[in-house]
Design a protein around this ligand. Structure first.
Ligand code: SF4
Ligand code: SF4
Length: 383
């Protein structure tokens, strides 16, 4: 069969794509604007309208072109940049600095982050109180709503959270697309187990110290969010660790390997989400009858989630974030979003539409606040 015909079988007509976009259009309008836009504050109203239209155009294009990752990554990167922008802006307004003091820490004036969740659970079980709670000030989500959102996403999307929800993932995802071809081509897949070792270590040390050891010592994203004041040898050592990890795992290695190396090798949340992939309804499947075993999908996978054996076995591994990059690259339309229990190669359109609806709705709702905030700041600068 003609490859072009096969590869575009997920494309839809303009009218049909509009029809598929309509429910997202209505739901995101209610979520983003609260049902009405107040034009008395023009920059804020314009920021809402621009964000809302931008998101729905991306969703429409996913249906119209049949491509997923190509449009997902635009929103994902903008989410990561705008979150850091919003966070830094709020830090500067609150305390005129990106760094926090011990007093800020004790008074809970620091934002809560989902990466803390694996470190909170064990200490919380011991002490019956939450260690390292976050701020509820300004634009930051409060702890309970963040945990509920993360739990829902984890149960429904599994590791899909790492491609459709994580507000840091856009950084290494973005840098992994800087070059057309990778410089470092061969990395052992066994490194993908590293986040489980990190998870084990941080959970253990968090239980022993009753503190957030990952945030304290390792988190590479301190470089683009908030960090401890540099006031001692210990704080200097911490700063050196997180800046080195940011530069190596978030910037340099993604550029050289075209892989999301921070997410693949370090993030303890990635390990938790990989485990939850076992219980989610969505999975990336391979229709073995259509597959020509070219293994292009294996090469492009940014998370080492797809091996030649996985392709032969007919489904992606538990490391899969459901980003859709492998699906976009397959000229045989053999690899696709599927639902557990439904045989590979069947109900492809239905499975993709359902998955796209759930995951896109999640990222839209999760990212809207910080994107609107960033866009509004740009408008205020311009006008
Ligand atoms: S699923 Fe598609 S891209 Fe992957 S090996 Fe088969 S034909 Fe190639
Ligand atoms: S297997 Fe496909 S969908 Fe899963 S992480 Fe790799 S490229 Fe993304």
């Amino acid at each position: 069969m003609n490859n072009n015909l096969v590869s575009t079988s997920m494309e839809k007509s303009f009218g049909k794509s509009l029809l598929y976009t309509l429910p997202m259009f209505l739901i995101t309008f209610i979520f983003i604007s609260g049902g009405k836009v107040d034009f008395s504050n023009l920059p804020a109203a314009l920021a809402i309208v621009v964000t809302f239209l931008f998101m729905n155009i991306l969703y429409f294009m996913m249906h119209y072109t049949g491509k997923t990752d190509k449009f997902r990554v635009i929103l994902f990167i903008i989410f990561a940049l705008s979150l850091s922008f919003t966070l830094i802006k709020n830090m500067m307004e609150m305390r005129h600095s990106m760094s926090f003091s011990q007093a800020d820490l004790l008074e809970c004036k620091i934002p809560f982050c989902h990466l803390v969740i694996p470190m909170m659970i064990i200490p919380a079980a011991f002490t019956k109180s939450i260690i390292f709670p976050g701020s509820v000030i300004g634009g930051f989500a409060d702890i309970s709503s963040m945990i509920i959102l993360w739990l829902v996403a984890t149960l429904v999307l599994g590791r899909g959270f790492c491609a459709w929800g994580c507000f840091y993932g856009g950084w290494d995802d973005g840098f992994s697309r800087f070059r057309k071809k990778s410089v470092i081509k061969k990395i052992s897949e066994s490194w993908r187990w590293m986040p489980f070792a990190v998870l084990f270590m941080v959970a253990l040390t968090a239980a022993m110290t009753l503190g957030p050891t990952y945030c304290d010592w390792i988190c590479p994203f301190k470089a683009v969010t908030e960090f401890e004041q540099i006031s001692s040898v210990e704080s200097v050592a911490k700063a050196v660790v997180f800046i080195s990890l940011f530069l190596s795992l978030v910037v340099v290695l993604p550029v050289l390997t075209k892989k999301r190396t921070q997410c693949s090798f370090l993030c303890p949340m990635g390990a938790v989400n990989s485990l939850s992939n076992k219980i989610t309804p969505f999975v990336v499947k391979i229709d073995k009858k259509a597959c020509s075993e070219c293994f292009k999908c294996v090469q492009v996978c940014p998370l080492f989630a797809l091996t030649k054996e996985d392709v032969k076995n007919g489904k992606a591994s538990v490391f899969c974030s459901k980003c859709g990059k492998c699906v976009d690259v397959c000229s045989k339309n053999a690899i696709h979003f599927g639902i557990k229990g439904v045989p590979a190669g069947t109900m492809k359109n239905f499975s993709r539409n359902l998955f796209l609806f759930v995951s896109f709705l999640f990222i839209s709702v999760f990212s809207a606040g910080s994107i609107i905030n960033a866009v509004q700041s740009i408008f205020k600068l311009l006008f």
